[in-house]
Structure formats: structure tokens, C-alpha cells
Design a protein around this ligand. Structure first.
Ligand code: SF4
Length: 364
């Protein structure tokens, strides 16, 4: 259970619904009203792990830039699935050793929650309602876990009804938590995919600090599926270690022993990818990690990845297993190059829209 040490509220945002919900659930915490430029002026928390300490400072503020962005996989050289992201939260209460936020938010002294979810919904409506013929996929799990704080913040009650009312857009809530109770009270009309990022228990228990155990994630997946939600699963990052093949194959078996494949919108696979500053942060914060002991090479986009032949071996092994267990479930790879797609699937998507189309088919 996430326990912040203090609450900071931008002056003028005290009455925002999400602030009121959080204050009611955390009545004992010290609360400070701060000016809107507080973050620029305030130094990072002191101590030997300022990034970890910053996660426990809960800061409510307005988002003044736009919310809707393209997923960073839209990088030249990588096959893209035209995924859009929106962030109501920036930073995560969990602390996976491989998390890119350790680099991306390295100087961020807080876990930031945006108070103007109504602006986010207006912005999304402007885009998706003007193009009713075009299918969209939009996710909230880019800069935080989508659901880990939902019991505290209750954003699902803003998001689910909005997306449930639209036929040309799927909302993806991506999580490593089992915080689904609010979802069970909402009607999704099949327009919301609740997806779990999964690694085998041997990795989840040692590298994904503060997340729900593997078995709890699967139980939560079954419950949301029974409540009418689509589910998705992301084996990303795939981590190579002695015994990886057996562990990942068993993980896939457990997924499809628990959920109905007919309600699975997609499964994705992605390799471990680490920039040099992220590797440095991991070494400092998680000296016991197994992440850096695999065979990795520096790629054209400046990230270290598992070397290509081994990536292809891993993808092939797991996609073969997936096809055996759930042959009709759509599958894709995240942030991979066209040559790797060709080696794994025998062909690369003709254009970016091919992947997007296969994931937003009418039956979804
Ligand atoms: S759950 Fe996701 S966002 Fe949160 S720490 Fe882990 S990798 Fe980062």
C-alpha cells in the first residue's frame, strides 16, 4: 500500500475533486499549499535515494501543456502501432528496477497528480469525435501505473464512462497492481482493455518492487474479465536469465489457465532496453539486480538491448507457445525493428497502420 509522507497542493487547486478524494483517504498527512512554480524552485529530496523519496511526495497540480501524446515507440527505425498516451499521473508508487522513469524523471522531486482530468477528456473528445471513422487506442500507463493509485485518486470513474460511450476508441489501463475494485462498479461496454505487465514470479518478486505478486495480477485479470472488460498482457521487458524459457512458458500457461482467451484483446512482447544513464541509475539504486548480467549490445537508437539473435530466439519461443495456447489472440512486439519482425513473423507490417488495425478490429 502506497504511503506518501506529505501532500503538496498547488494554490487554487484545493477544491479539485481528485484532491478532495485523496484528502478524505489520507486525513493524517501533513498538507502544504504551494505556488505553481514550486517544483522548479524546490530541490530534489535529500538523502542517498532522492528519486525513491520523491515518489512519496504527493503533489497535486494542473497540467498546463496538452495531455495527448504519441507513444515514444514512434521512433524512426522501429515498427510503430500508432498508440496514443495520456498521463494524469507522472511518476509511479511502484519501483521496478528497470523502470525508465528513473532516468526520465530523474530530477523530479515528486509524484505528480494532475487535477484537471476534465481538460484531458475535452482534449481527447476533440480528436476522436472529429474522426469517428478512425480507430484509436489510448493508454494511461506511460508515466505511471494506470491503477495502482486508483483506490486513492479514483480516476477510473472519470475515464471509464467517457471511453465506454465511444465506439472508435479503446482505452488501455496498464498495471502491475491488483487494484481493480473501482472498475468492477463501472460499465465498460467492451471499450476498456485492462492489461497487465507480466514477468515470471522469479523476476516479479525480485525486480518489481511494490507491485502485486504474479498470481494476484492474474486473479485480478479474471475478475475484470468477468465484469465485462477486455484484458491484455505485456511480457515487456523480456528478461534473459538461466531458466527463462521454462519460467516464461509456465507464466503464459498460467495466464491462459486463468483467463478466457476470447476476452484477450492483445498480448505483446518487448525486449529489455536500457539507455546508458538508466543503466547507471539501476546500478546505483539496485546493486543486486540481475538485469545487467545478460548479453546486451548498444543499438542504433542509443539503447542497450539483449543481442538480436537471442531476442529473436526469445520472441519465437514465446510466440510459438502463445499460438499453441491461444491461437486467435492478436500478438505484436513493442519497440522492435522491421528486420526483427521479419525474423519472428516472416514479414514486417507494410505500414504502421497495419499493426494498429489488427489491434482495433471491430470485434474488439
Ligand atoms: S509499474 Fe511501470 S511505471 Fe511503475 S515503476 Fe514499474 S515499470 Fe515504472
Amino acid at each position: 500500500m502506497y504511503q506518501p509522507t506529505e501532500i503538496l497542493i498547488e494554490r487554487g487547486e484545493e477544491e479539485a475533486p481528485v484532491v478532495q478524494r485523496a484528502l478524505a483517504r489520507l486525513p493524517e498527512l501533513p498538507v502544504h499549499i504551494v505556488e505553481k512554480d514550486w517544483e522548479q524552485r524546490k530541490a530534489r529530496p535529500a538523502g542517498n535515494d532522492p528519486f525513491g523519496a520523491g515518489k512519496r511526495r504527493l503533489f497535486f497540480t494542473r497540467q498546463r501543456a496538452g495531455f495527448l501524446e504519441h507513444c515514444p515507440a514512434g521512433t524512426p527505425g522501429l515498427v510503430c502501432c500508432n498508440y496514443l498516451v495520456v498521463s494524469l499521473i507522472s511518476n509511479c508508487p511502484m519501483d521496478c528496477s528497470y523502470c525508465f522513469l528513473q532516468e526520465y524523471l530523474a530530477n523530479n522531486p515528486t509524484l505528480k497528480v494532475f487535477t484537471n482530468s476534465d481538460d484531458l477528456l475535452d482534449e481527447v473528445a476533440q480528436v476522436v469525435d472529429r474522426q469517428p471513422w478512425r480507430p484509436f487506442r489510448i493508454g494511461t500507463g506511460e508515466l505511471s501505473d494506470s491503477l495502482a493509485l486508483d483506490a486513492l485518486l479514483g480516476f477510473s470513474a472519470d475515464l471509464v464512462p467517457f471511453f465506454a460511450a465511444r465506439k472508435n476508441v479503446l482505452l488501455e489501463l496498464k498495471t502491475k497492481s491488483d487494484c481493480i475494485d473501482n472498475l468492477l462498479r463501472l460499465e465498460s461496454h467492451g471499450r476498456v482493455v485492462v492489461s497487465w505487465s507480466l514477468t515470471p514470479p522469479a523476476i516479479a518478486d525480485t525486480e518489481e518492487h511494490g507491485t502485486a505478486p504474479f498470481a494476484n495480477r492474474l486473479r485480478a485479470a479474471r475478475r475484470v474479465q468477468q465484469a465485462g472488460y477486455k484484458t491484455g498482457f505485456h511480457f515487456d521487458p523480456l528478461i534473459e536469465y538461466p531458466g527463462w524459457e521454462t519460467d516464461y512458458q509456465q507464466a503464459l500457461e498460467q495466464v491462459f489457465a486463468t483467463v478466457d482467451p476470447r476476452g484477450v484483446a492483445w498480448v505483446s512482447f518487448g525486449s529489455l532496453r536500457l539507455t546508458p544513464p538508466l543503466r547507471k541509475a539501476i546500478r546505483q539504486r539496485f546493486p543486486q539486480t540481475r538485469l545487467l548480467s545478460g548479453e546486451q549490445v548498444l543499438c542504433d537508437d542509443g539503447k542497450w538491448r539483449t543481442f538480436q539473435a537471442l531476442r529473436v530466439t526469445m520472441y519465437r519461443a514465446l510466440i510459438t507457445q502463445l499460438n499453441r495456447l491461444a491461437p486467435t489472440v492478436p500478438v505484436y512486439m513493442c519497440m522492435e525493428t522491421a528486420p526483427v519482425w521479419r525474423k519472428v513473423f516472416g514479414r514486417a507490417p507494410g505500414c504502421d497502420k497495419d499493426v494498429a488495425r489488427s489491434l482495433t478490429a471491430p470485434n474488439l
